[in-house]
Design a protein around this ligand. Structure first.
Ligand SMILES: C[S@@+](CC[C@H](N)C(=O)[O-])C[C@H]1O[C@@H](n2cnc3c(N)ncnc32)[C@H](O)[C@@H]1O
Length: 258
């Protein structure tokens, strides 16, 4: 998908996005806890969530960390950021910009340097990740941390075959992202976290029809319907249970945090 298609995809999804992810009460708090721990966030840190979408995870991180400076929710989609307004938190500041805008200094941020930033499931939308991650890393204060949260190169979701195959074609390899962070001068490491998802089958089929993953937007309506039929036949069980595994690629800039 090019940038315009990506924007269109999220403009269409924004109003329902949180509904898709709040399918279990544990997932968002669990993931937000892992992000806050990996980044060792403290209340004094100046933090940005790059490709924050609706701020679902930033809000939860803010509740945990009680930041003294608002967390910057950076996203090129105004529609996704528009959902921040419905969240009961004054700890989030929306910034309409892309990762590239921040990396290149085209968008001004309220903080000169950042102590921590994360990109959760947004790095695959960045056109030149090596270059952009280098630019983002340059915005870190000494001791600053940058975390890329992404799906691994293969996933075990109960999707139809063609969708799983296309995922593998499109998904960047976390080990390659780790190399980009090292090339950007950060000390980098790769680890994984895993969470078991349990989701009502019909709800999940509805999410696939709503193209909850951007890769599903590469299929026509008839291909999606065919895929949903394939999933229905492969999964007669009323509740789907599958592992949701994420790669955590963490980079740290040398020096002491202030
Ligand atoms: C799968 S959503 C993830 C949203 C959020 N991080 C989450 O995990 O719920 C991907 C987000 O990346 C944003 N995005 C698309 N292109 C981007 C870019 N070039 N830079 C930063 N974010 C981008 C989209 O607008 C969308 O909100």
């Amino acid at each position: 998908m090019d940038g315009r298609d990506v924007r269109g995809h999220y403009e269409g999804l924004a109003a329902e996005y949180d509904e898709h992810w709040v399918y279990g009460p544990d997932y968002v708090p669990w993931m937000s806890g892992r992000i806050a721990e990996a980044l060792r966030l403290g209340p004094a840190d100046r933090v940005a969530d790059i490709g924050s979408g609706t701020g679902l995870f930033a809000r939860e991180v803010a509740q945990r960390v009680q930041p003294r400076h608002p967390i910057l929710c950076v996203d090129p989609s105004e529609a996704m950021l528009g959902q921040l307004g419905t969240l009961p938190s004054a700890d989030l500041t929306p910034v309409v910009a892309s990762a590239e805008d921040i990396a290149e200094g085209r968008a001004r941020l309220p903080y000169e340097r950042l102590d921590a930033m994360w990109l959760k499931e947004s790095v695959h939308h960045v056109a030149d990740p090596a270059h952009t991650l280098r630019g983002l890393a340059s915005r870190l204060a000494p001791g600053g941390r940058l975390l890329v949260v992404m799906l691994p190169a293969t996933i075990q979701y109960p999707l139809f075959e063609a969708a799983l195959a296309r995922f593998e074609e499109l998904q960047p390899d976390p080990a390659v992202i780790e190399g980009y962070l090292q090339a950007a001068g950060l000390e980098a490491g790769l680890s994984h976290v895993e969470h078991e998802l349990r989701i009502d089958r019909d709800k999940y089929l509805g999410m696939v029809r709503a193209r909850y993953m951007s890769l599903l937007s590469t299929f026509s309506d008839s291909e999606i319907e065919k895929g949903v039929e394939e999933m229905r036949a492969a999964h007669p069980e009323p509740v789907l249970v599958f592992p949701d595994r994420f790669a955590f690629v963490l980079g740290r800039r040398a020096g002491e945090s202030s």
